[in-house]
Ligand binder design. Structure first.
Ligand SMILES: C[S@@+](CC[C@H](N)C(=O)[O-])C[C@H]1O[C@@H](n2cnc3c(N)ncnc32)[C@H](O)[C@@H]1O
Length: 367
């Protein structure tokens, strides 16, 4: 296999992770709790989906009336265009439909739409979804899907892992509302961090969080070869994989984002902190940043006015009324004024010549 094909196969494998219904439901409930009308009168687009069996399509179709949606649009990507090659069989749903077209099934994407009660049973639900083949393969970058993006108000999906940056840029340029799945590694990407810093995007309710001892867990194709420790089989024998650091990114408001962190003063932290690294020890300054090192979010001193370096996981506790984000150690995403000339020209924070993990720099917001 040529190098580039090998690369495609490897990255393509990670593009085929399918989201569980329960994860979608829990996440969307958090936005509905904050604003019960969040989806009311809205057109929701689910791109990069597999509408015949996707839980995103199922979830929004089943809740169409309850949410007061105007329109639901869901699109899929043609099997021939996918980097991950697996044995493909069109679903019975497709084959049994008069619209089934042998010449299109592998090379065209599909579009499913839901607007009204078609079956005449008095309710709008999954059974009222209408479908057709797209003109193209359903690539989110195609004009066809861009037109659907322009028509929509909210974009919700788990995009292909290998195209995360591109997908995010695709959403951001349209200034739409969105809820998408991604990995925390993306936070310090130079295309991503400015969005977080400027409150144009934040972490959703579930982000880099283990629940019942597990990271967020996805379905994978039947012929996917499972390896490693984070693998699972559900009660129906379906293969699953847990992925560390995964979670939701969004620009929809939710309650947790407005809850202030309860914090102690610096002197109380030094006296009472549960962390041995803090208790009885002075907070240290970095060699190369004009900031103090706080290795645990709950040890942020409530009365420190300067710049504070915190782990990336701080973002799941970030409340924009309480803190301002100044920068990040990666990609030099912090203003020169906060850097101290250092014998090594590295961005990673150092203390006494020892390199530390990536840090985000924050400052208390005072009224
Ligand atoms: C991570 S999966 C998630 C699928 C579904 N949204 C879910 O969560 O169950 C991403 C999907 O996007 C598809 N995909 C890959 N590249 C794409 C592209 N350029 N345009 C549209 N879809 C793409 C993959 O084949 C895969 O079906």
């Amino acid at each position: 296999m040529a190098q580039s094909d090998l690369f495609k196969a490897r990255t393509g494998k990670n593009d085929e992770f399918y989201t569980q219904y329960i994860d979608i439901e829990k996440e969307m409930n958090a936005y509905l709790e904050f604003d019960p009308n969040v989806f009311k009168g809205k057109t929701v687009l689910l791109p990069c989906d597999d509408p015949e069996w996707s839980n995103f399509t199922k979830f929004f179709a089943q809740n169409f009336e309850r949410f007061g949606l105007k329109k639901l649009i869901s699109t899929s990507y043609a099997v021939e265009s996918k980097n991950y090659k697996s044995s493909y069989q069109p679903t019975l749903f497709e084959v049994n439909d008069p619209k089934f077209d042998e010449s299109k099934t592998r090379i065209k994407g599909k579009i499913f739409t839901l607007t009204q009660d078609k079956t005449g049973d008095g309710k709008v639900d999954v059974d009222d979804l209408e479908w057709t083949y797209l003109k193209g393969d359903g690539d989110f970058r195609s004009d066809e899907i861009i037109r659907l993006k322009n028509e929509s108000d909210i974009i919700v999906t788990n995009p292909p892992f290998s195209l995360f940056r591109e997908f995010l840029a695709w959403i951001i340029e349209s200034e739409k509302k969105f809820v998408i799945i991604g990995n925390m590694n993306a936070i310090t990407y130079k295309e991503v961090f400015p969005l977080i810093k400027n409150n144009k995007m934040w972490t959703g309710i579930r982000f880099n969080q283990r629940l019942n001892g597990k990271n967020m867990t996805f379905y994978v194709p039947d012929d996917y070869i499972l390896s490693g420790t984070e693998v699972d089989i559900d009660k129906n024998g379906k293969k699953m994989i847990s992925v560390a650091g995964t979670g939701w990114y969004t620009n929809l408001e939710h309650g947790r984002r407005h809850q202030p962190l309860a914090l102690m003063t610096m002197s109380d932290n030094i006296k009472f902190s549960k962390h041995k690294e803090i208790r009885g020890v002075e907070y240290q300054k970095y060699d190369n940043y004009d900031a103090i090192e706080v290795p645990f979010t709950d040890a942020i001193p409530s009365d420190y006015e300067g710049i504070i370096g915190v782990p990336i996981s701080f973002l799941t506790k970030y409340n924009p009324e309480q803190f301002e984000i100044i920068g990040a150690s990666d990609n030099g995403a912090i203003d020169e004024q906060f850097k101290i000339p250092h014998f090594k020209k590295h961005n990673e924070p150092y203390i006494d010549g020892q390199k530390l993990y990536k840090r985000i720099f924050i400052r208390h917001k005072r009224k």
